[in-house]
Ligand binder design. Structure first.
Ligand code: SF4
Length: 360
């Protein structure tokens, strides 16, 4: 019986499921459905091939049990679901639930007892912990960080799984919340940065309106590129290092949309970040659309890949230094630097091949 956040991928690899003896694929939150499944398996009854966990079957906060051992990378859930409603996302189809602080702290303790090196607060948007819709509220977020950091101590790392860029802008401009969290609570001489994943997805307000109208809220979707720029500047000033995703090949995307994305990425150059291109995968409300394939590549996509690659290489060394500031990491830093030079060289070589593929 397999599950987890990427369980949907099995549906595209049914022969592998067969090969590795997978009986059932559970797509969604498993806490409730797994009980009956395991019961049936133990009784030797036939199992369903695929279980999609719909809204009626997701666990309530009370039904989510405490973890018993340390989690991967010290990941501790602080909420589930997301209110922003992006069409390409499956998380947003689940109800929004906040995990109470005492439960979060108990899971932090489980991890600390197992000697993890750091804690990652997991949510689709950490700043929306007990928020007012899509507007972050400072008190619960500050309290959460104050209590978690007491347990994390001076030397362990603290990171966020995800924040949304609109929340970063709103929280800072209305409450100075980002600077308070970073400067007054989290950062110190050992913890020099906070890492986080964010979604840019597109630089085109037209496309953003089509597929992720809630992502910029409470700001109008027409201002999405400005929201992205402002949020990256705020994070840069507060030593928060985002790994940002951009999706290429979204259904309905035009060449002009990709050009707008390229222009936005170019404007983000002053801000310390990694920008990672992803190709569209049919999920969420866009589940019935087609995958983005090599044949769909346009010259603008290649240019977008090139611009994102250059941005990431530009910042990679600086980020590496911050992550690995202790002298014990010097050999690793040296190797990574060497590796990056190699990657740069290989990409230059591949550029001409890519152009040939497009011309075909
Ligand atoms: S903001 Fe992120 S988690 Fe929320 S719906 Fe959009 S893509 Fe999904």
């Amino acid at each position: 019986i397999v599950g987890g956040p990427a369980a949907w991928q099995w549906l595209y690899e049914l022969e592998l499921a067969e090969k590795w003896g997978v009986d059932t694929i559970v797509d969604g939150e498993g806490e409730k459905v797994v009980v009956e499944l395991v019961d049936n398996a133990l009784r030797g009854e036939e199992l369903p091939r695929y279980v999609y966990v719909g809204v009626d079957n997701v666990p309530s906060v009370e039904e989510i049990p405490l973890i018993k051992g340390a989690s991967v990378n010290g990941l501790v859930e602080i909420m589930r679901g997301c209110p922003r409603g992006c069409k390409f996302c499956s998380v947003t189809l689940r109800p929004l639930r906040f995990i109470p602080l005492d439960k979060i702290l108990a899971e932090v303790d489980v991890n600390i007892r197992a000697n993890v090196k750091g804690i990652i607060l997991h949510s689709e948007d950490v700043l929306l912990y007990y928020a007012d819709g899509v507007k972050p509220k400072p008190e619960p977020v500050l309290k959460l960080h104050e209590e978690v950091i007491k347990r994390v101590g001076e030397k362990r790392t603290l990171a966020w799984a995800h924040v949304s860029l609109a929340s970063v802008k709103y929280a800072e401009e209305n409450y100075k919340l980002i600077s308070k969290l970073a400067q007054e609570i989290v950062l110190n001489e050992h913890r020099k940065i906070i890492g986080v994943e964010v979604g840019i997805e597109t630089g085109s307000p037209r496309l953003a309106r089509d597929i992720m109208v809630g992502k910029s809220k409470p700001y109008p979707v027409e201002t999405w590129p400005q929201v992205v720029e402002d949020a990256l500047r705020i994070m840069h000033e507060n030593m928060i290092v985002p790994a940002a995703t951009v999706i290429l090949g979204i259904p309905g995307e035009t060449s002009d949309d990709v050009v707008k994305t390229i222009e936005l990425v170019e404007r983000l150059k002053p801000y310390r970040s990694i920008i990672v291109p992803m190709f569209f995968v049919p999920m969420g409300a866009l589940k019935r659309n087609k995958w983005f394939l090599r044949d769909h590549l346009k010259p603008e996509h290649i240019e977008a890949l090139r611009v994102m690659f250059n941005h990431t290489i530009y910042w990679a060394e600086d980020i590496m230094k911050l992550y690995m500031s202790s002298p014990v990491y010097l050999p690793v830093r040296f190797l990574l630097k060497y590796f990056m030079s190699y990657v740069k060289w290989r990409v230059r070589q591949l550029e001409s091949q890519l152009e040939r593929i497009i011309k075909k």
